[in-house]
Each structure stands twice: as C-alpha cells, then as structure tokens.
Design a protein around this ligand. Structure first.
Ligand SMILES: NC(=O)c1ccc[n+]([C@@H]2O[C@H](COP(=O)([O-])OP(=O)(O)OC[C@H]3O[C@@H](n4cnc5c(N)ncnc54)[C@H](OP(=O)(O)O)[C@@H]3O)[C@@H](O)[C@H]2O)c1
Length: 230
C-alpha cells in the first residue's frame, strides 16, 4: 500500500490536547494527562456526563467537557475509541483533523477478544492514517491495559508506552507530551510497527489469562535504552 502524503507537524509549543471517549481508557488518560496539560478538552457523545466524571477523577478544574465538534479545537486529538468507532470518527472529521496530530490507541480485536478484525498486513493505526491523509497519526498506549493506565508501576519498573508514527516531528511531540507521565515512553518507529505492537496486546492478554494475572500485566522491554524513561 502506498503511503499518503502528510504535511509534517511543525508546531512545537502550547499544544492543546483533546481526549475523545469516556470509557475505561478515556477516563484513565484524562486522569493521567490533566495534571500536566491545563485546559484538557474531554470529548464525548454526551458531554453533560463529563463534569461529574471529571470530579470523580479528581481533575474537575483542569478539564473542559466538550462534544466532538468542540473537542476538535485541540492540536493533538487522542481517540479513546474502539477501532470501528475511530474509523467512523475519522471519516466524519477528516477535514477538521487535517494538520493535527491524531493519537490512535486502538487494538482491532474481534468482539470475543480471540482474534483481529484486520489482516496481518496492516494495523488499526495504519488504517486510521489511510483515512486521515491530512493528519499525522501517532500510535500510543496500545499495550496499556486500563488498570495499568491507573497504576503503571511494576516491581520490574514502569510499563512501556510504545510511540509510533511516520511523521518524526509528530512522534517526538507525542513523546514530549507523555514524558511527565509515570510510564517509560519509547520511540517505537514507523506506524507499520503497530502490526506487531497491536498483536503483542492480544498475546499479553492470552498469557495473563493463562497465568491468572489478567488484566494487571504490561510489556517492558528489558535492556532498552533509557533516553525517554523516568
Ligand atoms: N481497555 C483496555 O485495557 C485497552 C488497552 C489498550 C488499548 N485499548 C483500546 O482503547 C480503545 C477504548 O477502549 P476502552 O476499554 O476504553 O473502551 P470503552 O470502555 O468501551 O470506551 C469506549 C468509549 O467510546 C465511546 N463510544 C462508544 N461508542 C461510540 C460510537 N459509536 N461513536 C463514538 N464514540 C463511541 C464512548 O464514550 P462516550 O460515551 O463518551 O462517547 C465509550 O465510553 C479501544 O480501541 C481499545 O482497543 C484498550
């Protein structure tokens, strides 16, 4: 498949972040990011619910509830949605998302969590990028189970977040935004690496279930370079 042409992302300061979705991952991301990113936009199909949700998470003062259209004021839009819904969102807002960084966290699992809805020749992140030729799509948090998002520390060290993307400036920008968080954030290269990364999540799940630790498991590459770690 030929790669669509994307303009490089050049803005380097004061990036406004939006998180779309108020499920397990959306809530966890809001809780982690709000202390570091004032004015975080939290987008939902039903934003009325988000004021109470933000209060529950202890971040009421630093989060602005928004509908999907309002959330698109952000420079960096994190889609905490299932792949099928992320695709629908991308198709609907492709024009508005042009020139922005779109962070994809989706693993394209079947409903029974036994397999993938996409063939091994692609990934959710690449499929999203194909639909957003004007945006810079960056993959992150694909391996972070929701309970780990709330508490990323393990006896072996903090959980890894693998950040991927074909636009190096956008990838660096996301690494920068995530660096204050209590994870080890690693530059994981091109978007196509999500063909492996997304499959690591399902393998991790299978191993965790077999050994009785699901969902409190995560990946951490031993011996990895420490440049982005805390
Ligand atoms: N759960 C995990 O441990 C985990 C780990 C790594 C990656 N992920 C990935 O993270 C993504 C979200 O997972 P999750 O566990 O947070 O799912 P979830 O709890 O089901 O939340 C998904 C959210 O998406 C929004 N949504 C639902 N249907 C929608 C639609 N038709 N159109 C637009 N938005 C819709 C809803 O938010 P509103 O009601 O606010 O609109 C919903 O709360 C998935 O792609 C998953 O693969 C999950």
């Amino acid at each position: 498949m030929s790669q669509p042409q994307r303009p490089p992302f050049t803005r380097s300061t004061d990036r406004r972040i939006a998180i779309i979705g108020s499920g397990r991952m959306g809530r966890g991301l809001v809780r982690q990011l709000a202390p570091y990113h004032q004015g975080l936009l939290w987008g939902s199909r039903d934003p009325q619910r988000l004021t109470a949700a933000a209060a529950e998470l202890g971040v009421a003062g630093s989060v602005e509830p928004a509908d999907h259209d309002q959330a698109l004021r952000a420079d960096v839009v994190i889609l905490a949605l299932w792949h099928r819904d992320a695709v629908t969102f991308a198709d609907r807002y492709a024009d508005a998302l042009a020139g922005r960084i779109v962070v994809d966290i989706a693993n394209p699992f079947t409903d029974d969590f036994e397999d993938f809805t996409l063939p091994e020749t692609t990934s959710a992140a690449e499929e999203l990028a194909r639909r957003l030729p004007g945006a810079s799509v960056v993959g992150a948090f694909k391996n972070t189970f929701w309970v780990v998002l709330d508490d990323p520390d393990f006896p072996e060290g903090p959980s890894d977040v693998l950040v991927t993307g074909d636009d190096p400036a956008a990838r660096r920008a996301v690494i920068e935004l995530l660096t204050p968080l209590p994870f080890r954030v690693l530059d994981a290269g091109r978007l196509a690496n999500n063909r492996t990364i997304e499959r690591m999540t399902l393998l991790g799940r299978e191993l965790a279930v077999r050994h009785g630790h699901y969902p409190r498991i995560s990946w951490r590459l031993l011996g990895a370079a420490d440049e982005q770690s805390r």
